[in-house]
Design a binder for this molecule. Structure first.
Ligand code: TGC
Length: 384
């Protein structure tokens, strides 16, 4: 198995190893027993949310307000272990902790933090993050959702798409154009005019929920505005956090695929011997392990930079691009090793492959990250 060859623990502290073990136990004991049927039935297990909160995984890299205050590497390891079970559950932890909670923690007033963060950390409440619109997820600057002054409060009008957990959420962080640029608002989801509709025809991330959102004359009071976020740097600051989690998480999906391929290669016999005893299969497995190990070591490097406070958006883009791209290649190689059975739910590989296509697309596509890296290398902007 992968762990036997790659001694990651040698590079981790005792506390980091403990977080990873706790997350692996949750993934193994809670998520894995039902994930294939949940994926098939498009079922999000709401009951896991409080358990994830009790384990300390929600907003675990934040401090105060019931959050665990863990290090970046510990958070990354938890993402890796949860995504080894299913990307949907790592995505939930990302949306809740890195997007919704992080927005409130970074940009909220003291009252907003006191009101929302403890319940979100405990998993008593669910948060969502409404940035993307149907007109083009890659270009949030083109958003058409508006917030205009409405007496002392605000009137929000517009629509959003691909908003994780919106139909289950208690509070939405909604980003909208105002007369002073993009601003963020905390909108309780019971507010009249707020409608979230799950997108039903997904062939990926089926054990999790993504929604279309309508904001029809949604009225919120003045204190719904996040006071410390002005402009697109607000939502982008949260995306940095979520992208960092993906750098680690995608490698979890890759590990799961690689482990499945190794196990199968030891037992599956073709031409009179285990396929793992052939040079072609061993070469594939070796290449998969090399990319997995490189991906995790890059994630660890970025985690250490984050802990010392020097991690840049371009460095995060390197990690997100590499992890997801290589995880998909590893999953494709695993599928090939498994032969025809690789497309069935007997193995986790096709589910991971389908999920990873979503992970490749959200939080910045491969192309967006290539252009962020290109801009950092050349000082030239190729976006427009
Ligand atoms: P640009 O002119 O580059 O920047 C505008 C302002 O933002 C600042 N900024 C950042 N700040 C912090 N972190 C970053 N990574 C930042 N990137 C940019 C920048 O300094 C500037 O600030 P200021 O104060 O000078 O105004 O903006 P641009 O429009 O040219 O951006 C280009 C680009 C392509 C990099 C950006 O638009 C981008 O990253 N696009 C991808 C967007 C994306 O990832 N969307 C996916 C969202 S996923 C999601 O919403 C949730 S998915 C999970 C779920 O809900 O299930």
């Amino acid at each position: 198995m992968v762990d036997a060859v790659f001694d990651l623990d040698a590079l981790l502290s005792a506390e980091e190893i403990a977080w990873a073990r706790k997350a692996r136990a949750f993934a193994t004991n809670r998520i894995l027993p039902t994930i294939e049927e949940d994926f098939e039935n498009k079922h999000f297990r709401r009951e896991f949310v409080a358990e994830l909160g009790a384990a300390g995984f929600l907003g675990m890299h934040l401090t105060g307000y019931g959050c665990a205050g863990a290090g970046a590497v510990s958070y990354g390891l938890v993402c890796l272990e949860l995504e080894a079970a299913d990307s949907g559950w790592r995505t939930f932890v990302s949306v809740q902790g890195s997007l919704a909670m992080s927005a409130i923690h970074q940009y909220g007033s003291e009252e907003q933090k006191q009101r929302w963060l403890p319940g979100l950390a405990a998993g008593e409440l669910i948060g969502c993050f409404a940035l993307t619109e149907a007109g083009g997820g890659s270009d949030p600057a083109a958003m058409t959702t508006t917030a205009t002054r409405d007496g002392a409060g605000w009137l929000i009008e517009g629509s959003k798409r691909w908003i994780g957990l919106a139909s289950l959420a208690d509070v939405a962080v909604v980003w909208a154009q105002t007369d002073a640029g993009v601003r963020g608002f905390l909108v309780p989801t019971h507010t009249p005019g707020f409608t979230a509709t799950p997108i039903e025809n997904k062939l990926s991330m089926r054990a999790s929920v993504q929604c279309d959102l309508r904001l029809d004359a949604v009225r919120v009071p003045a204190d719904a505005l996040l006071p410390d976020a002005a402009g697109l740097s607000g939502p982008f600051g949260c995306l940095n956090e979520a992208r960092f989690g993906i750098v680690w998480g995608a490698m979890g999906a890759a590990r799961s695929c690689l482990d499945a391929a190794i196990l199968r290669s030891e037992t599956r016999e073709v031409f009179g011997k285990p396929i793992g005893a052939t040079q072609l299969i061993q070469a594939k497995l070796a290449d998969m392990l090399v990319e997995y190990e490189k991906g995790v070591l890059l994630a660890l490097h970025l985690g250490r930079l984050k802990e010392q406070g020097t991690l840049t958006p371009a460095q995060i883009s390197v990690g997100k691009l590499n992890s997801v791209r290589e995880a998909i290649r590893i999953a494709q190689s695993a599928r090939a090793i498994l032969g025809g059975d690789g497309i069935t739910s007997e193995f986790p590989v096709m589910r991971h492959l389908a999920n990873l296509e979503s992970v490749r697309t959200y939080e910045g596509t491969d192309e967006i990250h290539q252009l962020v890296i290109g801009r950092a290398l050349t000082d030239l902007n190729a976006f427009s």
